[in-house]
Design a protein around this ligand. Structure first.
Ligand SMILES: C[S@@+](CC[C@H](N)C(=O)[O-])C[C@H]1O[C@@H](n2cnc3c(N)ncnc32)[C@H](O)[C@@H]1O
Length: 212
């Protein structure tokens, strides 16, 4: 992923963000050792932001689209109240296995349910009202994930969407992913059902709140 802020400032921000707990640092190291595309993992800045936002919202149900090795799921689970639950989904067996063993080893793992298979099937099957979602999977499906999750989100609930800059390609979208994400940024900022801010955190994070 191309860094849109200077490497120096990115490092400064990381060094002035409280470190994640040691098990998450180890999970990141394991992911870099064992997985292709380890840079897909959200990392300290975004992970700590997810944890803080979950702490602020105090959700009963969090939904994550795109588990990978479980770093962002565990970050959010750390901020969840004791009776909170997180459903996360992934269709890659290698990522599922890595994530499940990280969840099993974590004091927060009991709050997480990993659903294996296509994300859209998982989220269509969720019946309880959703308080907080994090979308971080296949970009061409983001609009459908957004619409499906928004319909199930309680008024006042939050949806975060990652990689909304596509490494800057949204400025002149040519490939399928950049076109899909640019179109969704346009949809979200005109959507009367929500309020939003497109945060310049890492590769762009849409921060959306469903109007109450
Ligand atoms: C960017 S990674 C997620 C990173 C993770 N949130 C983290 O911070 O560690 C995207 C993940 O989405 C999964 N994925 C992609 N398309 C999917 C789909 N249609 N259904 C379920 N999972 C999918 C991939 O297997 C990959 O593990």
């Amino acid at each position: 992923m191309l860094s849109l802020v200077s490497e120096e400032i990115e490092l400064y921000a990381e060094h002035h963000t409280r470190p994640e707990p040691e098990p998450l640092q180890n999970l990141m190291a394991l992911t870099y050792e064992n997985m292709e595309c380890p840079q897909m993992l959200t990392g300290r800045l975004e992970g700590r932001m997810l944890k803080l936002l979950v702490q602020l919202v105090q959700p009963k149900l969090v939904v994550e689209v795109g588990t990978f090795t479980g770093y962002s799921a565990l970050s959010m689970a750390e901020g969840l109240p004791e009776d909170g639950k997180l459903i996360t989904c992934d269709n890659d067996p290698k990522a599922q296995a890595a994530a499940q063993s990280a969840f099993d080893a974590s004091p927060y793992g009991h709050k997480i349910a990993l659903r294996r298979g296509n994300a859209i099937d998982t989220i269509r099957n969720i019946e309880d009202p959703i308080d907080f979602s994090f979308i971080d999977a296949d970009k061409v499906m983001y609009l459908e994930y957004y619409e499906t999750l928004l319909a199930k989100t309680r008024p006042g609930g939050v949806i975060l969407l990652d990689n909304m800059f596509q490494s800057g390609r949204v400025l002149h979208p040519e490939d399928q992913n950049a076109k899909a994400i640019h179109q969704l940024n346009e949809v979200i900022c005109k959507d009367d059902r929500v309020e939003n801010v497109l945060l310049t955190v890492r590769d762009g994070v849409q921060f959306v709140r469903k109007r109450g």
